[in-house]
Design a protein around this ligand. Sequence first.
Ligand code: AMP
Length: 283
Amino acid sequence: MRIISNIQQMQALAITLKREGKRIAFVPTMGFLHQGHASLLREGRRQGDILVLSIFVNPIQFGINEDLDRYPRDMERDCRIAAECGVDVVFTPDAVGMYPPGFQTGVTVRDISLPLCGASRPGHFDGVATVVTKLFNIVQPDVALFGRKDYQQLAVIRRMVTDLSMPMEIVGMPIVREADGLAMSSRNAYLSEEQRQSALCLHRSIVIARKLFSDGERSADAIKKAVLETIGQESLIMVEYIELRDGNSLEEQEIVDNATLLALAVKTGQTRLIDNTVLGEEL
Ligand code: AMP
């Protein structure tokens, strides 16, 4: 496994590999890897001749009062997990290399970036679309894998790749959860034991919503109310949003169907957690 920090070196390697006819699979991350990331890497290993993992805590996707400075990092452990998953190249650019003085270009994916996390984190998806475009230009993947844990992010990337005719395939991977249902996230490291227990209400409410849906409930309001009741029982959890939206366009829905996204965002202490499910979709 090679570790490359230099952008030109990574890009030159990618160009050489492509000339040799190699299919490059790519998993972009912010590091502090867990089994959610590992599931993307294993699928990437299956889909590509060469598997590239990037680890970059992207400053331009964080708001001013967010957790950029304290985002958890552990390069040694990440490299161990990467090696176990069969990664060929770990790409670890630095912020100055990615955003040199004078940098002034951005990618905006308009409507689909606005609701949900885009509303609570203004500019977040511009930061994501811009860094992912840069990473794609450097790594030149044939296939890139993203988790459905960040459902809106995946939708934004899919839209961008289609709109800008980027020559690659985007694969969305299922949410990986802890045994007790908590969706895996690097940010779970911030949680106290008490907060972590409270956070289980996210998954609990998803199970309840899915049951309501499979029992025939189609009113978005009714499902939202049940979710809010479940989450509302936890005094340590503050709801940011509970929304039911079309799973493709992310437009609001009053009547839900089997492609409706239930998206949740909450805060416990300083930690922001998200989770989601597509009602009617097999898990
Ligand atoms: P991050 O390091 O949080 O930026 O995540 C990197 C990639 O891993 C993104 O495509 C995420 O959606 C994906 N990911 C993070 N957590 C999970 C999870 N629990 N299950 C599946 N994919 C995940």
